[in-house]
Write a protein that binds this ligand. Structure first.
Ligand SMILES: NC(=O)c1ccc[n+]([C@@H]2O[C@H](COP(=O)([O-])OP(=O)(O)OC[C@H]3O[C@@H](n4cnc5c(N)ncnc54)[C@H](O)[C@@H]3O)[C@@H](O)[C@H]2O)c1
Length: 348
């Protein structure tokens, strides 16, 4: 069954969504892009023309006039709550970009609205869908490596991220809310839930409003620990943007994802190495291939869940736990204290 969707928000990252939906048309799920919408009329029309679909500048008019199965929200975080609640009121499923909302209270309200409307709400949390991350998770799932007890998830770059996303210069909460949210999700993906954390932030570039460096120590419920590092202020010897580097030590081995997708695995005394690069597509733009490829993977997952009735991996409900960590990081950075993470989030 082909599912009809509309993309709301036609800015920088939406192009990846649209290309991915278009590529997925060739697969079993065969989604149909029914419309695009951006309140910037010229932007909506340009993207609509490029992808051969009708364009709207008013989301509510689009939802009234277009037959849809779900909405794909690629607008900025400040617009997410309003758009998700509007889609829920039309009884449409929603996949929404990260961060789900600027405040945890908004994310909880969105989760509740979708649950009450009986629709799925999944967060487009794509880093865990990057090819090397899936390869690492598959290696852990095989079981021979045992349980991870130490992790290091590192994204340190000097890339000019403000070129494509100028709004990041003005965000009071920058690198943890925008990038750290992905890395914290990866920590949960590989190592489970967090019991407590400590976070140190820095603003190295004095011309921006928020923090451009964060160093986070997570104490996992399993007893393990994980260091999460995010920086856009680094001048690394080798620039790997937008690759995330990961090291995991487990009870019976270790895994290391180094630059250029070099994955090394030690299991017992055996060491193996392989490259887990994303497969190229004509619309991928260097150096973003690993991210663009993950957009296809997560959108494929969403379609397959909608069609089979399976629960997606990063439901809004699940993502609240990641957002609670983001919130806790800012509290820890402000106070200097270790912040305990409640096991159960209090929400209706
Ligand atoms: N997952 C990733 O790897 C990744 C990477 C980059 C950005 N993002 C996320 O994607 C989202 C969009 O980021 P971007 O860089 O493309 O931003 P952008 O500012 O380039 O584009 C957002 C677009 O949404 C439109 N918009 C905002 N509110 C709207 C509304 N209520 N109705 C209709 N249109 C509206 C704006 O006019 C703009 O064209 C953000 O949540 C960002 O965090 C994710």
């Amino acid at each position: 069954m082909s599912l009809r969707l509309a993309v709301i928000g036609c800015g920088y990252f939406a192009r990846n969504h649209l290309h991915a939906w278009r590529d997925l048309r060739g697969e079993e799920s065969a989604p149909e892009i029914a419309a695009v919408c951006d309140w910037d009329v010229a932007r909506a029309k340009a993207i609509g023309d490029e992808f051969g679909v009708p364009s709207f500048s008013d989301p509510s008019a689009m939802l009234r006039e277009t037959k849809l199965d779900f909405v794909d929200i690629a607008a900025g975080p400040a617009a997410h709550r309003h758009l998700v609640e509007m889609a829920a009121a039309h009884h449409l499923h929603v996949i929404c970009q990260k961060p789900l909302a600027p405040a945890l209270s908004d994310a909880i309200a969105m989760t509740t609205a979708c649950r009450n409307a009986g629709v799925h709400l999944m967060v487009h949390e794509n880093f865990r869908w990057q090819a090397p991350m899936r390869a690492m998770a598959a290696a852990l799932d095989e079981g021979a490596l045992g349980r991870p007890f130490y992790g290091r998830i590192s994204f340190r770059s000097g890339h000019d991220v403000y070129h494509d996303q100028p709004y990041l210069r003005h965000d009071e909460r920058f690198i943890i809310a925008d990038l750290g949210v992905h890395l914290l999700d990866l920590a949960r993906f590989f190592m489970g839930e967090v019991a407590a954390l400590h976070c140190h932030t820095q603003r190295v570039d004095p011309t921006i409003h928020g923090e451009d460096v964060a160093t986070i120590m997570l104490s996992m419920r399993s007893g393990g620990c994980c260091v999460v590092e995010a920086s856009y202020a680094s001048k690394p010897l080798q620039e790997y943007f937008p690759q995330t580097l990961v090291e995991l030590e487990t009870s019976r081995g270790s895994l290391r994802l180094a630059g250029d997708y070099e994955l090394s695995l030690r299991s017992g005394d055996q060491v193996t190495q392989r490259r887990v690069a994303p497969s190229p597509r004509p619309w991928f733009k260097a150096p973003g291939a690993v991210v663009q490829d993950s957009v296809i993977a997560i959108q494929r997952h969403w379609l397959s869940c909608l069609q089979s009735g399976r629960i997606p991996e990063t439901t809004a409900n699940d993502n609240l736990h990641t957002l609670a960590l983001v919130d806790a990081c800012y509290r820890s950075a402000a106070s200097g204290a270790v912040v305990q993470i409640p096991e159960h989030l209090e929400h209706p």
